[in-house]
Write a protein that binds this ligand. Structure first.
Ligand SMILES: Nc1ncnc2c1ncn2[C@@H]1O[C@H](COP(=O)(O)OP(=O)(O)O)[C@@H](O)[C@H]1O
Ligand SMILES: [Mg+2]
Length: 316
């Protein structure tokens, strides 16, 4: 089989072993892959939501100037409101820029297009690779987990995420070129580990957009699991229409359609993730229950509004 794997797939990944959670200190995970469209933002948003619905205190940091994670959670800011840019370029305390979301326990540090300029502006700055790490530090005490949605590049913003993070979660799309580019990603992780953030590793990988109808998808799953061994999550995220629709409703999948296959997959991923990282605050049963109750309440509210409309219509 040839899925354009790198030479290194022969030997397997051997980065430092993952750090365990420390009581009272959030674990920081960078969701990264320099390829665009592999499911980074979908995974960051869906996993954050599922973890929060299960009782964890979650902060999502939107580090992509496109801001898809922010808008995917219905957090939209105007250009004069504080964002990730202010936290890393201007040194604004994160707490002054963080927004609540519709989900209890989930907050977001929103991004803006301004952030695209940060790559350039930071080049001049002292300790330019550590700007995000410095900003994130005070937020560790108030959360159980902090997830960073990285932009699709290995530029200075992503390096900042690698320095701030305890480990990486790498989404890999089930497609022909799945492993291409991972060599470059691993080289960057090694460089950061040696020079800036000792102990950093690819803590885990998750396969996304799995299509059971193709043989190739199963080959990619086998190959990635063979290479990353137990660092690959056994939960594989299916390709579903509902997952691709959720962002246009500005809802994570576990709110948009909690009984869909995509929601079930991300709830299962949250359970594996929490177990692996030792996030004691997370309860998988609670996550499923809260997701269903939230949807039921939303439907009831819509029906009540329709009834009220109908009554005023009848009276007129
Ligand atoms: N499992 C999935 N099934 C169907 N569509 C998906 C799935 N995961 C992501 N998508 C869609 O694919 C596109 C790219 O996903 P995204 O999460 O934005 O990737 P990235 O952040 O890596 O660029 C988006 O339009 C998203 O809605
Ligand atoms: Mg993205």
């Amino acid at each position: 089989m040839d899925t354009h794997a790198s030479q290194e797939t022969e030997t397997g990944y051997a980065g430092p072993s993952a750090r365990l959670a420390v009581e009272g200190r959030a674990t920081v995970i960078a969701v990264a892959n320099q390829k665009g469209g592999v499911g980074k933002t979908t995974t960051t948003v869906s996993l954050s939501a599922a973890l929060a619905q299960g009782g964890a205190r979650v902060l999502l940091i939107d580090l992509d100037p496109q801001g898809n994670a922010s808008t995917g959670l219905d957090v939209r800011i105007s250009s004069d409101e504080p964002s990730t840019y202010d936290a890393i370029v201007e040194g604004l305390p994160i707490a002054q820029a963080v927004r609540a979301t519709a989900i209890d326990g989930l907050s977001v540090l929103p991004s803006s297009l301004e952030l695209a300029g940060a790559e350039v502006e930071l080049v001049q700055a002292m300790a330019r690779e550590r700007a995000l790490a410095r900003a994130v530090e005070p937020a560790r005490a108030e959360h159980d987990v902090i997830l960073i949605d990285c932009p699709p590049s290995l530029g200075l913003l992503t390096i900042n995420a690698f320095v701030a993070a305890d480990q990486l979660l790498v989404p890999i799309q089930c497609e022909y070129y799945a492993l291409e580019g991972l060599t470059q990603l691993m080289r960057t992780v090694n460089l950061v580990e040696e020079n800036l953030n000792p102990g950093l590793s690819i803590g885990s990988v998750v396969l996304t957009m799995y299509d059971a109808r193709t043989r190739l998808a199963q080959q990619v799953v086998d190959e990635v699991h063979g290479f990353f061994q137990d660092r690959a999550y056994s939960t594989v995220i299916p390709r579903t229409v509902r997952l691709s629709e959720a962002p246009s409703y500005a809802q994570p999948i576990t709110v948009f359609d909690p009984e869909s296959r995509g929601a079930e997959a991300y709830l299962a991923l949250a359970e594996e993730f929490a177990t692996r990282l030792g996030i004691a605050a997370f309860d998988a049963k609670r996550a499923t229950r809260v997701a269903k109750e939230t949807k039921a309440a939303e439907i009831a509210a819509i029906e009540a509004a329709q009834d009220a409309d109908k009554r005023t219509g009848d009276e007129a």
